[in-house]
Design a protein around this ligand. Structure first.
Ligand SMILES: [Cu+2]
Length: 119
């Protein structure tokens, strides 16, 4: 099952459980740096995931999937704002993915993947 389908399943579960009390409290990814499918220059890369609602910077996670498939849990930096997750990584050229899991203030977890390329 793809991460996208997992996220949709979680959202449906949220909607059923919470309707009509909380419409959009679970964290939906709005944009990111690097952006999905972006190409960035090798070196120290600032990572920022931006959500539609507050996320728990202590209990959310970002995992880096390296070109060879190895995964590495990134140490999260301090949140720039309450709705962002921030991290950084020094990367050489290749195709990577950021696999994120966000805990929102309504207690629900959402997940997703952001593929990007380093050149
Ligand atoms: Cu929710």
């Amino acid at each position: 099952m793809s991460a996208k389908r997992v996220s949709v399943g979680i959202l449906v579960a949220c909607a059923i459980l919470l309707l009509p009390r909380v419409a959009l409290a679970h964290a939906l990814l709005m944009s990111s740096t690097p952006a999905a499918n972006a190409t960035v220059h090798a070196g120290n890369i600032a990572i920022e995931l931006r959500y539609n609602s507050r996320v728990d910077g202590q209990r959310s996670t970002i995992t880096l999937v390296a070109p060879d498939g190895h995964t590495q849990a990134l140490t999260l930096d301090g949140q720039r704002t309450a709705t962002t997750l921030n991290a950084h990584a020094a990367l050489v050229a290749g195709k990577y993915k950021l696999r994120w899991q966000a805990l929102s203030t309504d207690g629900h977890i959402t997940r997703g993947e952001i593929p990007f390329t380093v050149q």
